[in-house]
Design a protein around this ligand. Structure first.
Ligand code: MG
Length: 448
């Protein structure tokens, strides 16, 4: 039931009020006596799912604090602030407005790890909790201070000295009333776009990827802004556009904050997903730190054990000193903080991060053929990619060459696709690796 981040799917078929009710009952069974915080993004199905979910939780004897429409990182923050036993956001993140879903958080604001999700699944399908008796039913209450307190906490934590001009694109999502306000309170001149809450997301595709942010890039140039910032609908994600209107690569942002965290702490562990640039290892190791790679959707789970100083997956940044959750709003403030402390345009700051040619492509592959193609590709790549020096098999197969170039092939967990990522030291090497991968996938797919 759970994907890389919670439960997600089309409203009415996979994600229904009935499922919401069962999930509410399940979280009550999981937490026992206590309280949880519930939030949602502005999807049109949000209110319905939220009410059903809260009903299930109350019937299970759990108290609920409903903060209404709020960004995921604000929910995580509020869960910790109010010393609640957990939190839930009703969101489908960057999925289309027809979808919805549920993301669960622990008391410290960290998203559930796999074991916790399995227990919730068990409580939905195998052993639904009985429910509380009439005298121990849960109580629900509202809470108006979630967003103001979250904004206040970020303002106390980041130092932004200059009055930057910022174009902010909230994807008509839950941050529409939050990030523009935070930026203003940080002394910025704010140009909002797609920042009127609307559950049909009329402004753009909510995934903050370069191909969805053309309007933002143009607006940054046309208004002469210092930076453009973009969220997805629940604002756990952040993307940046530099002052020239160019998209800042997700991996460059990860490397930048990883480097700063390691420099600031004089060492430490940075966690990143299997699919990001080797530039992250380069800057982190140069600064005296170490990189740990995890499967996609899993960067948070090792943070406590590793005492990680930073964690990042493309578009998703975790600043453990503020909280162990992905935070696109805190991330926005941190980008301004770097610009302020470095006293340089964003493009110049980013140009100090090594940049290598990268290629990503998804090949169609029926689910039943995935395992066979992956097995054959593994051996084929080890044979063909000359002098492999490290093979990582935590999520698909990643082969790191000694010179720093690498190739990753992994089956999609949600779609009938095999994903290939290649990073070359040079454009030529990238093209060679790309060709090797494409030939292999096609050959084994035809044979499947
Ligand atoms: Mg999201």
């Amino acid at each position: 039931m759970f994907g890389t981040r919670g439960v997600r799917g089309p409203f009415g078929s996979k994600v229904t009020p009935e499922l919401a009710l069962k999930l509410g009952a399940a979280i009550a069974g999981y937490v026992g006596k206590g309280k949880i915080v519930v939030a949602r993004d502005p999807r049109t199905s949000g209110e319905i799912l939220s009410q059903a979910f809260i009903s299930g939780a109350l019937a299970g004897g759990l108290n609920v604090i409903d903060i209404g429409i709020a960004p995921s990182p604000c929910l995580a923050f509020t869960t910790r602030e109010l010393k609640a036993d957990g939190g839930v956001v009703i969101t489908a993140s960057h999925n289309p407005p027809t979808d919805n879903g549920f993301a669960f958080y622990s008391a410290d604001g960290m998203e559930f790890v796999d074991d916790q999700e399995l227990r919730i699944e068990g409580l939905v399908f195998d052993s639904p909790p009985k429910g509380a008796s009439w005298e121990s039913l849960g109580e629900a209450e509202g809470y108006d201070e979630a967003i103001p307190k979250y904004i206040e906490a970020i303002k106390e934590d980041v130092k932004v000295n200059e009055g930057f001009k910022v174009v902010i694109d909230c994807a008509n999502g839950a941050a529409s009333d939050v990030t523009p306000r935070l930026l203003e309170e940080l002394g910025c001149e704010v140009v909002p776009m797609n920042s009127k809450m609307d559950g049909s997301f009329p402004g753009r595709n909510p995934e903050p990827q370069p191909w969805n942010l053309k309007d933002l890039m143009r607006a940054v140039k046309e208004t002469g802004a210092d930076v453009g910032l973009a969220h997805d609908t629940d604002a756990d994600r952040i993307a940046a556009i530099d002052e020239n209107g160019n998209f800042v690569k997700h991996d460059a942002l990860i490397a930048l904050f990883a480097k700063m965290a390691v420099e600031g702490g004089r060492g430490g562990v940075v966690i990143t997903s299997i699919n990001t640039s080797v530039s992250i290892e380069e800057v982190v190791e140069r600064a005296g730190g170490r990189v740990l790679r995890t499967p996609l959707g899993d960067i948070h789970s090792e943070i406590p054990a590793q005492k990680a100083v930073f964690a990042g997956e493309p578009g998703k940044l975790i600043f453990p000193e503020f909280g162990p959750w992905m935070d696109g709003i805190y991330g926005a403030a941190k980008i301004l903080e770097v610009m302020s402390s470095e006293k340089k345009p964003l493009s110049e700051i980013i140009s100090e991060i090594p940049d290598y040619p990268m290629y990503q492509h998804d090949f169609y592959c029926p689910d039943e053929a995935k395992a066979g193609v992956m097995r054959k590709m593994r051996n084929y790549l080890i044979e063909r990619v000359a002098g492999p020096y490290e093979v990582l098999e935590i999520d698909g197969v990643r082969i790191n060459r000694k010179n720093g170039s690498w190739i990753l092939i992994r089956p999609s967990g949600t779609e009938p696709k095999i994903r290939v990522v290649v990073e070359g030291r040079t454009e030529d090497e990238m093209k060679t690796l790309r060709q090797i991968a494409a030939l292999g996938v096609k050959r084994f797919l035809n044979a499947a």
